[in-house]
Design a protein around this ligand. Structure first.
Ligand SMILES: NC(=O)c1ccc[n+]([C@@H]2O[C@H](COP(=O)([O-])OP(=O)(O)OC[C@H]3O[C@@H](n4cnc5c(N)ncnc54)[C@H](OP(=O)(O)O)[C@@H]3O)[C@@H](O)[C@H]2O)c1
Length: 288
């Protein structure tokens, strides 16, 4: 597995496995299968409702000797109402307890709303206490990332944002490189939106290397130096998605992929009033 060095010296695997939208009752098995398939980076979040089961899948893999804890890189995130400093500190401790872990490798502020500065202070303290090896943000646009990185003594190590062929974030990536913040891609397949898995351009590129569309997309992110999270509940797809380190996309392939960029989210804009309102309602409904 290719590793990426973060701005605090911690290294993380460049390809990972995410458990968003996996029902709790399927999560432990999925995480166990993912580790068996070779994934070492596992990504969950308090709001996903499957932290406990993610921990159980990890425990099974550890108990069976598939991996050591040091080989794994486990991420979780706190949601909007959990951002005030005291609450954030409790949420970190709770995630550790629920997942049955002594430390997390990466912890993120999940959304760019709420008391993000309070959360950051709690996360820095937890990092100093050895509970979190790396800390970061998620869904911060480049402008907000710049403000946050500039006004804090500790810069985020990672920003987890949507990156896929429809929303390539080329300029955003340059800004993150300037500030030493590693870009981590969520929804690398755009969850299949705009018929990603049958896209002709991506399929044609894949045929040359005997690779699938999914493999082409993940390889493209690897070559851009972006950390990517892929999700599948199917073991055969987990294996397919990690089998991307034996081929290289050419400059011509990369040019063709660059032309697919629609320069907008395949999901939603985090600054759109309607969307922010949705988040605030969801926050009040689900987090209380
Ligand atoms: N920070 C955030 O706000 C945020 C937001 C979204 C996601 N994330 C993280 O990023 C991870 C990945 O994003 P995502 O789960 O939203 O979307 P994604 O990885 O872009 O897409 C997942 C979808 O693609 C399908 N799929 C996966 N591999 C495939 C293959 N080789 N061929 C055909 N279909 C395939 C999966 O179906 P099956 O499962 O049925 O195989 C699933 O429906 C999440 O799990 C989560 O950890 C973070």
């Amino acid at each position: 597995m290719q590793m990426i060095k973060l701005n605090n010296g911690v290294t993380m695997p460049q390809l990972g496995y995410g458990v968003y939208q996996i029902p709790p009752e399927e999560t432990a098995q999925a995480v166990y299968e993912a580790i068996k398939a070779g994934y070492r980076l596992i990504d969950t979040a308090a709001i996903y409702g499957n932290e406990k089961e993610t921990g159980l899948g990890i425990k099974r893999a550890l108990d069976e000797g598939l991996v050591t804890r040091a080989e794994l890189f486990i991420t979780s995130k706190l949601f909007i109402l959990q951002t005030p400093e005291k609450k954030a500190a409790q949420t970190i401790d709770n995630s550790l307890k629920v997942m049955g872990l002594d430390y997390l490798d990466l912890y993120l502020i999940h959304q760019p709303y709420g008391d993000i500065y309070g959360a950051w202070r709690a996360m820095i303290a937890a990092q100093k206490a050895g509970k979190l090896r790396a800390i970061g943000i998620s869904n911060f646009k480049a402008a907000k990332m710049i403000e946050f990185a500039s006004l804090n003594d500790v810069k985020p190590q990672v920003n987890q944002i949507e990156v896929n062929p429809w929303n390539q974030r080329l300029e955003d990536q340059q800004w993150h490189e300037k500030y030493g913040v590693q870009v981590e891609a969520w929804a690398p397949f755009a969850e299949g939106r705009h018929d990603l898995f049958t896209n002709e351009v991506l399929a044609e590129i894949g045929q040359k290397y005997n690779k699938s569309v999914g493999q082409v997309v993940l390889r493209w992110l690897m070559q851009r130096g972006i950390v990517a999270l892929a999700k599948s509940v199917h073991p055969e797809r987990m294996k397919e998605n990690i089998d991307i380190f034996d081929f290289e996309l050419s400059a011509a392939d990369l040019e063709k992929i660059a032309k697919l960029d629609m320069e907008e989210s395949a999901f939603f804009d985090h600054d759109a009033p309607k969307q922010v309102e949705w988040f605030m309602k969801r926050m009040l409904d689900t987090e209380k």
